[in-house]
Design a protein around this ligand. Structure first.
Ligand SMILES: Nc1ncnc2c1ncn2[C@@H]1O[C@H](COP(=O)(O)OP(=O)(O)OP(=O)(O)O)[C@@H](O)[C@H]1O
Ligand SMILES: [Mg+2]
Length: 480
């Protein structure tokens, strides 16, 4: 299908073509006609598949009858409200709206916290048709009595499940209660848990569900790799990896703000152009760090999960998990910062003995057995055990002569510039604890409801991929 078959006006098609898009992505193909028809929508698709345009393009067209070039603020009331969980994400959605709407006379604004509210108030007073905001700052603006929602025709909630995780749902509910009942609402979420369903019930009217891939499915264009490594050797291994030719622009994830800050400083001291982004930084510094990373001044950005959702860094080739996330869904979003818009990407995770159970959870969720490669000189702890021992595994062991050793396989001493110790390269569908990769994922704690449409049951996993990576200088070469 081509963009011009979706019923979009020439101004939007022109803007899309300026962006270099030739064909709509599956979520765009399905969602755009639905949104254009005025229906409510609940949408989900893999990371980096153009959800922003899927809602922004048709909504801009929906308010087209009200387009005008009058200078009167009264002629430019808020007509579309888009909510995003993080400031960076709100800014990015706003920038996309500006790009997609550049041939239309609409005014747009991004309102987020951590910066002076006054300029935002002044701009709102001049009239703004498309308002992209984080929930907290939007409510601050409501308290300032400068916002009127009487003309709001459409509401978008992007990354709704993340909003839920961040505790924003009460704020979102307050905002929804301020909006006209007659409106179009769109909700995008990576999961459709019970709580998201409840929110959807309160917010949407007879929504059409568009789900173009299994929930939390990792982008197919990303190649995964694990380096088993002792926890205390991770820093040296990371510095070594970052200095190698394989890596030019890398987003590194850690689990805490403190670790993020500390790691970035250590990398700087090791001569690597690194910076960090986390919730303890001022908003100006967060924006500066992200900009420098996007434009290539900074080679390595160390981040907490604040950067895991939605952020679109053009052609980012690598994501490294310095620590793997403890929630498997977060892995999908972190690595989804690479391999976007059909591009390829690499996701590397440094995994210590203690992290193996989390790795197993991730593998179950994404239904991929990730290849493990030990970098010579950076071996894991002696108690690194993959597959981890457990009752189920013992049972499997008793019944299968082919079960591999519980210890990583170390191959012949690696030649310089090679990695060795390939683990987890079996091509069966069984996980370490007996989990069958060939069956659909069943969430554990927050049970997600079956939405039916678009869920690919019985999907086959991808076979583990052989990766030959030229990494460090060879055995024993430790770097700091
Ligand atoms: N039809 C298209 N053709 C080519 N590139 C596209 C198309 N639509 C969007 N893109 C580009 O794809 C990238 C990802 O888009 P976007 O950020 O909207 O993805 P997303 O689905 O919201 O991802 P996430 O789940 O991470 O939030 C952007 O750089 C965007 O410009
Ligand atoms: Mg997005």
């Amino acid at each position: 299908m081509r963009f011009d078959e979706l019923g979009l006006v020439p101004e939007l098609l022109h803007a899309v073509s300026d962006q270099g898009y030739t064909t709509p992505t599956p979520i765009q193909e399905q969602a755009i006609p639905i949104v254009l028809s005025g229906k409510d929508l609940m949408g989900g698709a893999q990371t980096g598949t153009g959800k922003t345009a899927a809602f922004a393009l048709p909504l801009l067209q929906r308010i087209l009858p009200f387009a005008n070039t009058s200078s009167s603020p009264a002629r430019h009331p808020v007509r579309i409200l888009m909510l995003a969980p993080t400031r960076e994400l709100a800014i990015q959605v706003f920038e996309s709206v500006r790009e997609y709407g550049k041939y239309l006379p609409f005014r747009s604004l991004c309102a987020y916290g951590g910066v002076d509210i006054k300029p935002q108030i002044e701009e709102i007073r001049l009239g703004v048709e498309v308002l992209v905001a984080t929930p907290g700052r939007l409510l601050d603006l409501v308290e300032q009595k400068c916002l009127h929602f009487g003309q709001v025709q459409a509401l978008v909630l992007d990354e709704a499940d993340r909003m839920l995780d961040m505790g924003f749902i009460p704020d979102v509910t307050r905002i929804i209660n301020l909006l006209p009942r007659e409106r179009q609402s769109l909700l995008f979420s990576a999961t459709f848990s019970e709580e998201i369903r409840k929110l959807a019930d309160a917010m949407l009217r007879s929504p059409v569900l568009v789900e173009v891939a299994r929930r939390n499915m990792a982008s197919e264009t990303v190649t995964h790799r694990v380096h088993p490594v002792a926890a205390e050797a991770k820093r040296a291994l990371l510095a070594g990896l970052l200095k190698s030719a394989e890596f030019d622009q890398v987003l590194v994830f850690t689990r805490t703000k403190i670790e993020t800050h500390r790691l970035a400083r250590e990398l700087q001291r090791a001569g690597i152009a690194a910076d960090s982004i986390h919730g303890n930084k001022s908003q100006q510094d967060r924006i500066k760090a992200l900009e420098a990373f996007k434009n290539g001044t900074t080679k390595v950005l160390v981040a907490t999960d604040v950067a895991a959702r939605g952020l679109d860094i053009e052609e980012l080739p690598h994501v490294i998990n310095f620590e793997i996330p403890h929630t498997p869904e977060d892995y999908v979003h972190r690595i989804g910062r690479t391999g976007r818009a059909g591009k390829t990407g690499t996701a590397i995770s440094l995994v210590s003995a203690r992290e193996v159970p989390y790795l197993v959870d991730i593998e179950k969720l994404i239904k991929i057995r990730i290849e493990q490669l030990i970098v010579p000189g950076f071996e894991p702890e002696d108690d690194y055990e993959y597959p981890p021992s457990g009752k189920k595994k013992s049972r499997r062991r008793a019944s299968s002569a082919e079960t591999p050793s519980a210890r990583p396989q170390r191959e012949r001493p690696a030649k310089r510039g090679q990695t060795s110790g390939k683990i987890g390269g079996r091509s069966n569908h069984a996980a370490p604890d007996g989990f069958d990769f060939s069956k659909p994922y069943e969430p554990s704690a927050t049970a997600s409801l079956e939405a039916g449409q678009g869920v690919k049951h019985g999907e086959r996993p991808r076979p583990p991929q052989r990766i030959v990576a030229a990494l460090l200088g060879g055995p024993g070469r430790k770097q700091t």
